[in-house]
Design a protein. Structure first.
Length: 346
């Protein structure tokens, strides 16, 4: 009697499936973050594993019947109060969470719905119903684009009117998605934000983090203390679908931050990133794994994968986010994320 041999991708996929099966997300299997405003928030445990699912469907449409029900559960989970009430409870904002700013949630919700429409030809629901109010994917995308167009920083802000590189990477993605799906020309605004990044938010230092990841309130100028390797590698992957040549150039210098020992490689983030749940070594390494797969750097991606695989087998503390990112990396090949965003065939 034979024994089935399961690889790390199978282990990660089964772990994720348990989180997103049944009638709703199984929240008991989700890591509980210290703060929902921070970077291990519940919304990230849904949006980024979903990205891995959309990549799988792009590469093999036969997976659709298995993955679409899980994506439907993910969408329902994103609309749960635990994903958005931080806007009121932790930040003391008074507006509807999709009305203004709050790009960290609104932008990721928009890209999730955009990728869903791209995969299935229709949204997960006719209207986005949240907190007693309703909008549509197109209305939400228009609202975010208008904010971007009118912003002094040329980007949409998250908290305290500050614009973040990693969040506006989703804005760039959704502008392209919406243009393809709805015939708009939102992506013409992308170059203005990319100019803000290139001119104002790239550090001149020869070592350490690349980006100042946040602007001052209602300005394009950076908050000088806001630099982090975890923000860098997260942003670089997301922007690789929009500006792949520029990202490849930035990453060539950023590689100095990757630690290598024999055939293993990882990213070691700063102590404050770990303490404040901004990032972790595992999270930054997983983003680096995804980026190197997207850029076609096979040797480095394999070294980074070797750091992650033992934790896939034992189970990451911060799941399903981490297993989702690992699975995303497993199914990426050179240019796959850019094809997903831009709609080019394999």
């Amino acid at each position: 009697m034979g024994t089935e041999i399961r690889g790390p991708a199978d282990v990660a996929a089964q772990r994720l499936e348990r989180c997103y099966s049944g009638q709703a997300c199984d929240w008991s299997l989700f890591y509980e973050p210290k703060m929902e405003r921070a970077n291990f928030a519940t919304r990230y445990h849904i949006v980024y594993p979903a990205l891995g699912y959309f990549i799988q469907i792009q590469g093999d449409p036969a997976r659709t019947d298995r993955l679409r029900p899980q994506l439907d559960i993910m969408y329902q989970g994103l609309l749960e109060p635990r994903c958005w009430t931080y806007w009121h409870e932790e930040l003391n904002e008074t507006t509807w969470p999709l009305r203004e700013r709050n790009l960290t949630f609104a932008g990721r919700l928009a890209t999730f719905v955009g990728f869903y429409i791209n995969a299935f030809g229709e949204p997960p629901a006719k209207n986005i119903e949240l907190g007693g109010r309703s909008t549509t994917y197109s209305e939400l995308s228009h609202s975010l684009w208008r904010q971007m167009r009118d912003s002094p920083s040329c980007g949409v802000s998250c908290y305290h009117h500050q614009s973040m590189v990693m969040c506006n990477a989703h804005m760039l993605i959704n502008n392209l998605l919406h243009d393809r799906l709805c015939g708009t020309d939102f992506a013409t605004a992308n170059s203005r934000w990319l100019k803000t990044v290139d001119v104002n938010l790239v550090s001149d230092d020869d070592d350490g983090p690349l980006f100042y990841f946040g602007t001052e309130a209602n300005k394009p100028t950076p908050i000088a203390k806001n630099r982090a390797l975890g923000a860098d590698i997260w942003s670089l992957f997301l922007m690789s679908a929009i500006a792949p040549d520029q990202v490849a150039q930035w990453f060539e210098g950023w590689r100095r931050n990757i630690i290598k020992q024999k055939e293993m490689a990882w990213v070691a983030v700063s102590g404050w990133e770990k303490e404040h749940e901004f990032s972790s070594d595992e999270l930054a390494t997983a983003w680096a794994y995804c980026l190197t797969k997207e850029l076609g750097d096979k040797d480095l991606s394999e070294n980074l994968r070797r750091f992650l695989v033992p934790q896939v087998e034992s189970g990451f503390e911060r799941d399903p986010y981490m297993s989702g990112l690992f699975l995303l990396g497993e199914y990426l090949d050179a240019g796959a994320f850019a094809r997903l965003v831009r709609g080019h065939s394999r």
